[in-house]
Design a protein around this ligand. Structure first.
Ligand code: ADP
Ligand code: MG
Length: 156
């Protein structure tokens, strides 16, 4: 599977990366974000929201584990087991025209996302206080324009 790995050196840079990626995402794309707490997943989603023109700024969830920000749906499965995560109704968004960003996607089996028009995995690694390594992984069914954009991604 094709991958691209980038290292950001600040939260601003991680958000800027999210903003840049937003422009390349066809409607219906599902982004699966995994990596330890504090690795930068929500920071990336904030940039994504900005790039998509969402009116509000995503936060780490307190009670609502799925939130809609106009063109963006943001879910966080951190606290959930498989049964609870499956009961959230996320599958309702998978054939839709919004971008769906899911933190802790590993709490559901990979097959759960199979119906989405395009799926991109983002694995976040906390390297040190300010550096985060982000690896994008996509597959052969990814629309060509998106694959090209991901393959040439760079930090600002
Ligand atoms: P997650 O959603 O993965 O738990 P968050 O995005 O909520 O992570 O938090 C990341 C934390 O790490 C924030 O406090 C942010 O300020 C800090 N941080 C430091 N360097 C970076 C970086 N390069 N990218 C993203 N966040 C960073
Ligand atoms: Mg988070």
């Amino acid at each position: 599977m094709p991958t691209r790995t980038l290292t950001t050196v600040s939260p601003v840079e991680t958000a800027a990366l999210g903003e840049a990626v937003a422009r390349a995402l066809p409607p219906g794309t599902v982004l699966l974000l995994d990596g330890e707490l504090g690795a930068g997943k929500t920071t990336f989603v904030r940039g994504l929201a900005r790039g998509l023109g969402a009116a509000a700024t995503p936060r780490s969830p307190t009670f609502a584990l799925v939130r809609e920000y106009g063109p963006l749906v943001h879910a966080d499965l951190y606290r959930l087991g498989v049964a609870e995560a499956a009961a959230l109704g996320l599958d309702d968004y998978l054939d839709g025209d919004r971008i769906v960003a899911v933190e802790w996607s590993s709490h559901l089996p990979a097959a759960f996302w199979a119906g989405a028009p395009a799926t991109v995995r983002l694995d976040f690694i906390l390297k040190d206080e300010t550096r985060r390594e982000i690896t994008f992984t996509w597959d052969d069914e990814t629309p060509a324009a998106l694959a090209k954009a991901l393959g040439t991604l760079a930090c600002a």
